[in-house]
Write a protein that binds this ligand. Sequence first.
Ligand code: SAM
Ligand code: DTB
Ligand code: SF4
Length: 331
Amino acid sequence: MKENFTIRHDWSKEELLGIYQQPLLELVYHAAQVHRDWQPKNEIQISTLLSIKTGGCPEDCSYCGQAARYHTGINVQSLLPTEEVIKHAQKAKETGSTRFCMAAAWREVRDNRDFDRVIDMVKGVNALGLEVCCTLGMLTEGQAIRLQEAGLYAYNHNLDTSEEFYEEIISTRTFDQRVDTINQVRKAGITVCSGGIIGLGERLEDRISMLRTLANMEVHPESVPINALARVPGTPMETMPKVDVWDMVRMIATARIIMPSSMIRLSAGRMEMSESEQAWCFMAGANSIFSGDRKTLLVTDNPGWDEDVQLLNTLGLKPMTTKKMQACNIS
Ligand code: SAM
Ligand code: DTB
Ligand code: SF4
């Protein structure tokens, strides 16, 4: 079988290092070929992200503006009313999003009234025909099943960094707990969205190790977000250097080559990238972005919908309709 058409789950560290460290143009050329073989050309999935519960989180993730222990000056907000969330989802659909991701600054889901409300949100967004995604922290088996039954399409739970570097970044939970939740999501029949962040002070080996954990999962995550650290004032990471765009391009290209059938999401970091730099990321195999009318990700800035329409027009890219929407004949 042609190399580009094989899905593998047995990547070695040396192989991944070899891919990542190739001369940049070779790497991007290879990634673009894999992209052509596996993904619809010239299409970018637009996802809208909404923070449904903001700040006050008990975890100590050292990059995060929502951890209660850092003084980041954000507006803490309890769980939004369901109707307000559905209105945002409707608006997202009207402006071309096919996926709607609801994020909560929770360590884990608790079986309480707030979770009941999230279940209602999932049902409401699903009824609009959007791919509905949640990122709510750790989940038990029963909670994953409830979300699946409510119509949840995807669950985002990032590895964030390598197993080896993990405790330098987060001390209030372990890498294994992260993997456990991903396994619960997979077992419940929800698609997995999992990736990580670069720019946390990790070594090249850590980036490779994180990618290797993702690519050697029994089933690859259907969606792999690659985030450049958004440096939030007040967090321990606020003075880290800006991520080099070529590092983002290398991460994306490597992810594209080793997980050819996955959506690779150019996530946090676009605010500090020019149009040409984003175009490099698309050439390297990114085919999904967060966009929307709110010009924010969770607590940091993001380009707004108008700028992204212009970007897509300039590059001749079109918003992707999803498999789910094609099946329901919804546009
Ligand atoms: N609390 C849940 C959790 O941690 O899984 C869900 C929300 S959390 C904000 C979702 C993901 O956003 C994190 O896992 C991390 O990868 C990413 N993220 C958070 N803050 C970030 C930052 N400052 N820069 C880049 N990515 C960030
Ligand atoms: C992901 O990988 N990136 C998004 C989404 N999943 C939830 C979050 C990015 C957050 C960036 C910093 C902020 O605005 O808080
Ligand atoms: Fe909490 Fe998630 Fe932020 Fe960590 S990344 S502090 S778990 S909101």
